[in-house]
Write a protein that binds this ligand. Sequence first.
Ligand code: FAD
Length: 503
Amino acid sequence: MQLHWHRRDLRAADNRALAAAADAANNARPDEERTASTERESTVSTDEAGAAGSPAGDSASGPVVPVFIFDNAVLDHAGSPRVRYMLDALANLREWYRERGSDLLVARGDPASVLPDLAEEYDADRVVWNKDYSGLARERDARVRQALNEQDVARASFHDAIFHKPGSITTNNGDPYSVFTYFWKKWRDRPKPDPFAAPDEDHLADVEGGALPSIEELGFEPPTADVQAAGTAAARDRLTDFCADGIFRYEEDRDYPTRNAVSRLSTDLKFGTIGIREVYEATAAAHEQAEDETARESVEEYQSQLSWREFYTHVLFFNPEVVSENFREYEHGIEWRDDPAELAAWKAGETGYPIVDAGMRQLKQEAYMHNRLRMIVASFLTKDLQIDWREGYDHFREYLADHDTANDNGGWQWAASTGTDAQPYFRIFNPMTQGERYDPDAEYIKTYVPELRGVDADLIHEWHELSPTQRANIETDYPEPIVDHSERREAALSMFEAARGDD
Ligand code: FAD
């Protein structure tokens, strides 16, 4: 037997480690029963050796037992919307296995003790998994490897969540890139493997899995947010819809939150309910079908967003400390403000800046926020309020279903001007002009801020420039602006200049 340990890969199709395990199971059977496994081999890109493990990593075999482990160390950092999505995705995955005469084993505890125990119980001679790149995950995986070694169980781990492994896209000196454009050009030009096939029924072990816990049993309240449907089928639907329309308008429309021109695949990619090769393959097909140059460039723009995800994964891999530290330290350190009342207003979507409040309320309602809004609210927190990006990161981590350590950290440090290839500190978003440009009719704002539904878009975009009497004359409970943007802009510039040591 072999164990496949599902982690951030809650799917059966286009799953590299699972495909490799099925392949090994296939090769273990008599010749006449084998299927064409060599085809799959040829899809492995040359810069990624694939299996990395113990000497027996490739020779072990037998049917595959799929396993998922609820790890308290991971749950300690989770938020309820993410746990909701994960439980739903697991229920979908379990169904997939059950329909094929197998099941998903569900356990709870430290993987470094659960996996050796399961290997013994199921007489498994190999455990396979797909790699994860955060510092915490790598530390856990090192402990798991050690525990399996001690029990003489082989193991193999695979690069699956991203196309190009950390260290494979570097400057000519071999250093990781800190400027995205150079990274993207190399990423774009590398060959991309095709999706891996899902395992055949007869490669899967006939086992009985345990029950999935409820969200309460895992220690979480059910989320108040309406978390999007989880699982591979839902992710595929989103991908198909996007590739039929939005992808061809992406470059022009992606910054406008009401134009429905983004894929909404971030949570699926975070939990791996869809494989990156499958997503890329659909975008490549869209590229072929694009009717003109603008549409083709739009598809390429979307592909570049997929490579931002890999860029930040590499940044996190080489700099695990960015989870809590600035990537870029200013000589004198940044003196962030400590202002619990302003932080609370930001979290509640009660700042009196309509576009900011709409974004923060979308987060609470949908466990998601459009990218343009993430940039606006993050700029507002770190520049207008001059509050430490880590406060914002923690809030997003709790409420976003798609929270991903690498991307969330990359996004926050970009907005705070402390990250790789970050927004320069002197470029400070004006929340009013951002609202006017990207939500001219205030349609997005009115969706999430009901107090402003009866108010003219022009007045909404001028809200902080109106006099208190003018605002009082408009019948609404919407709050007064908590700060003056122009004053805070100057204060933010001073804060960064002091941090740089400028006179
Ligand atoms: P699309 O525009 O359809 O993009 C497709 C995919 O590309 C996304 O699903 C995502 O996987 C990737 N992607 C797109 N933009 C980025 C980006 N700037 N950086 C990295 N990957 C990107 N993304 C997350 O996946 N998880 C997070 O926790 C997260 N936190 C963020 C925090 C801040 C402050 C900012 C500014 C951005 C953050 N992002 C995060 C990036 C981006 O906002 C989301 O990926 C995107 O809004 C998700 O919606 P979508 O799937 O419709 O995106």
